[in-house]
Design a binder for this molecule. Sequence first.
Ligand SMILES: NC(=O)c1ccc[n+]([C@@H]2O[C@H](COP(=O)([O-])OP(=O)(O)OC[C@H]3O[C@@H](n4cnc5c(N)ncnc54)[C@H](OP(=O)(O)O)[C@@H]3O)[C@@H](O)[C@H]2O)c1
Length: 245
Amino acid sequence: MKAVLLGATGGIGRALARRMAARGDQLFLLGRDEASCERSARDLEAWGASEPVGTARCDLLDPSSFAPALDQAAARLGSLDTAVVSAGIFGTQEALERDADLRHEMLTANFVGTIGFCEAVRPRLLATGDGTLCVFSSVAGDRARRPVTLYGAAKAGLSYYLAGLDARYRREGLRTVCVKPGFVHTAMTAGLRPPPFAAEPDAVARAVLRAIDAGRPVVYTPAIWRLVMLGIRMLPRAAMRRLEF
Ligand SMILES: NC(=O)c1ccc[n+]([C@@H]2O[C@H](COP(=O)([O-])OP(=O)(O)OC[C@H]3O[C@@H](n4cnc5c(N)ncnc54)[C@H](OP(=O)(O)O)[C@@H]3O)[C@@H](O)[C@H]2O)c1
């Protein structure tokens, strides 16, 4: 694969990038902090990346950075057949209700910015006739729940958009992979109380890479979350008003 990765400087994205490097995929890293991207690129070379890993600045909060970053990636890789977007931010419901700036940043990065980036990369992936766009949403977007009302709203919108891309472009050769992780131990969740089925980034990365290879439109990871969310989606509203999960 010739893949551009946005969000591989940490967490699940880094674990996924390491797995891709180890099997010889050609990678190009995008991120908001150039020094951090450079460090991650050297790390991926140590993990076995087949060629030097290029980097470019790309910030979900700065749409003007999208096209130049993708131009640099395409120039280095020759063409792009895969894009992975694992960049995103989280805030607790309490923090997001309290802090209007944080709320705006989360909604902008996780919804407006992520969709804007996907729209920027979509024509390039379609041009290959066999492209893959893998984007991290969340189980939080599957059903409105009290502890993740705002974060979940952004992820619900993102999941909806990705399902639409799948409906609209799969026949033209664009495979959309919507990743729905449950709780994963990363910097994003540091300090939060882990619920049941909490996972490690590398296990999630392994499942995501399998889904990319198979072109699966939706992947819950760990897989048990598909059943958990099926049950939660069936609960009546009265139960949702009481549920603290
Ligand atoms: N961890 C979980 O439990 C969990 C559960 C469900 C869904 N998810 C989703 O899975 C994805 C990955 O989460 P994670 O746990 O791996 O998070 P993480 O460890 O916090 O890593 C987040 C990544 O996003 C990048 N990023 C943040 N803001 C950005 C911006 N404005 N522009 C560009 N890049 C930006 C970070 O870059 P820097 O290195 O510059 O900070 C980092 O590479 C996210 O979309 C998250 O919402 C996570």
